[in-house]
Design a binder for this molecule. Sequence first.
Ligand code: G3P
Ligand code: MG
Length: 249
Amino acid sequence: MDLLFKTPFTLIAHRGANLLAPENTLPAFALAYDMGAAWVECDAVLTADHVPVILHDRNLLRTAGQQVNIDELNYDDLQKYNVGAYFAKEHAHTTVPRLEDVLELALQYGRGVNVEIKPVLPEYAALTAECVCTVIEPYFSRIPVLVSSFEWDCLLWYKKHSPKVNLGYLMSDWEPDWKEKALELNAISLHCDETILTQKRIECLTDSIFAVLAYTVNKRTRAEELFKAGISGIFSDDPQLLSKGEAND
Ligand code: G3P
Ligand code: MG
């Protein structure tokens, strides 16, 4: 049985434990696993020399304070940029991890990884999907891996070239044809912006074969409401959102 189906999606640590450590870094992912998260979510992009690395934005301005695009840097050059100082002095030597580093960490913990592929330009969709696939393939039988993307061509690439990969279809706006799209991709999950999830829409989504996941939920009361309505899991910046006593938000 695919390892993924033995690992409930209940809480996926969004960019790691990013309230307590710099987002999308190894300390943030390790902390999320230490705090009990069964899954982490990370954003995968390509460097100029096509190494899949973990970064949310195309540009390093927000996390490293430098006006430079990830696709203009080779992986070796990227090591000169720290993406932890913006968060706290003790993280001043934290660099952008490779996707492979995150998968190795997940392997040590025996936990899951949701790789959200973010091609920096639409025309890089297939290349990014292919480079990510090469890195994740050796891990399929060892840890739960779920690939998702907002980029249709990325997901289509997997359907054509690596159909065994578990796919998640991301939705930031309500798409009336979501079911046709998810079926076309053979997706296993729908990852929806929580702000589009009304009770009626959740009923519609959960009356399907797909796991329904909501991002990004940081309020316990909202999480409880969504679970009550039937969703399978949330992406949260707080890995302990569901395990801390009663809701008080
Ligand atoms: O994958 C769920 C969520 O991470 C999508 O939004 O912008 O945080 O990558 P974003
Ligand atoms: Mg993401």
